[in-house]
Design a binder for this molecule. Structure first.
Ligand SMILES: Cc1cc2nc3c(=O)[nH]c(=O)nc-3n(C[C@H](O)[C@H](O)[C@H](O)COP(=O)(O)OP(=O)(O)OC[C@H]3O[C@@H](n4cnc5c(N)ncnc54)[C@H](O)[C@@H]3O)c2cc1C
Length: 430
């Protein structure tokens, strides 16, 4: 089997690449080398796995098909939310109180893990605090208000504050929303700087990273992993490719669906305008099925994500594609220049819970974060390092989550999924 890079995956100029002028370059793998653990993919999953394993004394090699953080980890919204992508109330209902508690605690630890990695290693990635989520329909306000009591009573979590409509200008200058929930425990950051910071810390811990080294195949025990020009022999293999995995491992790619999501960045705004759009300098998101999410950059640009598609390839004009969603929230930005527009590919699962597991004992996979990967992919690296070191209880909790296959397999999942996604997106509108 030969895995070929697809043209749709070209590295797009984004605000993130423009504001990260120096990026390290790594050589491609040439010849044969040995490692304890070989990792495929240098996004948060791969880099965090590498870092946590190296700290435990393992010899780790990372093989990246393109460049470090080429995938979603270099392109995302940078929101670091608490909890899981599935609503906590639904997790309780479907999986019971004990599993729900474990997942909630791991979700909080995942956020702490990101913050600690940044602070302890002085990663310069524009870290800021807090997130506000908005109800775009009146009836959703009840849910937001109920969340405060639910998390307070059941999880002793006191960092949520409900903001009713008559106080909404404390958190936004917009008529688009009916109520809001301020989560003071969430974080947000510059995703590419964060990923490159993780790469540096991993290298300092002894990890070897190769770029332009697309894995074509692997086999055997110990496992031999082949690229065009080289090979790694390793005891363990970690697949950390998420939405970019293509056909590398047919046993797992039916459990995820790659979807594309898009982001724009405005020109820098005056401090007064920026302060009116996002008064608390938090990240922000709304209750739409195809979610709108936004925040300010360090130089006061509005970084706004909205709209997605479910096919190969991105819209020709991403700036206009996303701008309409931004103007629905902030019509006052009609004359504001959009300086950057880009997209990325992420993997969702059917129930939006991550898909972790193990094939043949020594091939580990971590994927399907469903838009919640900044904390969860980073944390996945910590969990797989624990598991490879012999402490696998927490990895097993994640691996045992009931993540189903998309009906119709990798080919037919598309039409069914697209119809489903479009239905929910339409429902948002009417
Ligand atoms: C536009 C957008 C906005 C998002 N916003 C948020 C957000 O605000 N908050 C949040 O929590 N999550 C968000 N996400 C999701 C989050 O970015 C991802 O869940 C996370 O980055 C996944 O990290 P990863 O390392 O698993 O995968 P990626 O970062 O996608 O990395 C996978 C890597 O594997 C490499 N690869 C693939 N195949 C091979 C091969 N055969 N050989 C070698 N290398 C290979 C790819 O080149 C790629 O670099 C967003 C995603 C997108 C696209």
């Amino acid at each position: 089997m030969s895995i070929k890079p697809l043209a749709k995956y070209f590295f797009m100029d984004s605000y993130y690449t423009a504001s990260t002028p120096t990026r390290p370059g790594f050589e491609a793998l040439k010849g044969s080398i040995n490692a304890d653990v070989c990792i495929v993919g240098a996004g948060y999953t791969g880099l965090s796995s590498a870092l946590h394993l190296a700290k435990r004394g393992y010899r780790v090699v990372v093989l990246e098909a393109e460049t470090v953080a080429f995938g979603a980890s270099g392109r995302n919204g940078g929101h670091v939310g608490t909890g899981q992508r599935m609503e906590q109330q639904d997790i309780e209902r479907k999986l019971g109180h004990e599993t729900a508690h474990c997942l909630w605690n791991m979700g909080l630890e995942a956020v702490d893990n990101v913050r600690d990695l940044i602070l302890q290693n002085a990663i310069d990635c524009d870290l800021k605090y807090g997130d506000v989520s908005f109800a775009h329909k009146l009836r959703y306000c009840e849910d937001l208000e109920a969340d405060v009591a639910f998390f307070n009573n059941r999880y002793n979590f006191n960092d949520l504050e409900y903001i009713p409509r008559n106080r909404i200008n404390e958190v936004i200058e917009s008529d688009a929303y009916y109520g809001a929930l301020w989560n003071k425990a969430a974080l947000h950051l510059h995703p590419l700087k964060y990923a490159l910071g993780l790469a540096k810390v991993a290298m300092d811990a002894g990890v070897t990273i190769y770029e332009n080294s697309r894995v074509q195949s692997y086999s055997g025990t110990p496992v031999i992993i082949k690229t065009d020009q080289g090979q790694v022999t390793a005891n363990e293999l970690i697949l950390a490719c998420n939405g970019y995995i293509e056909d590398l491992e047919p046993k797992i790619n039916g459990y995820i669906m790659p979807i594309n999501n898009f982001v724009i960045a405005t020109e820098p705004l005056s401090p007064e305008v920026a302060g009116s759009l996002v008064p608390k300098d938090t990240s922000m998101a709304d209750s739409r099925f195809v979610i709108n999410y936004w925040k300010l950059s360090a130089d006061n640009r509005l970084i706004f994500g909205g709209g997605e598609n479910y096919r190969l390839g991105f819209p020709g004009d991403i700036k206009s594609f996303v701008q309409k969603y931004m103007l629905a929230v902030y019509p006052q930005l009609t004359n504001t220049q959009i300086e950057y527009g880009w997209g990325g590919t992420l993997a969702i699962t059917l129930n939006r819970l991550p898909h972790f597991g193990r094939i043949n004992g020594n091939i580990w996979h971590l994927q399907g974060y469903s838009g919640h990967g900044v904390p969860t992919a980073t944390f996945a690296g910590k969990l797989v390092a624990e598991a490879i070191s012999g402490k696998h209880e927490r990895f097993d909790i994640m691996a045992n989550l009931p993540t189903g296959k998309f009906p119709g397999g990798t080919l037919l999942r598309w039409p069914g999924m697209v119809a489903g996604m479009l239905y929910y997106a339409m429902r948002d509108r009417f």
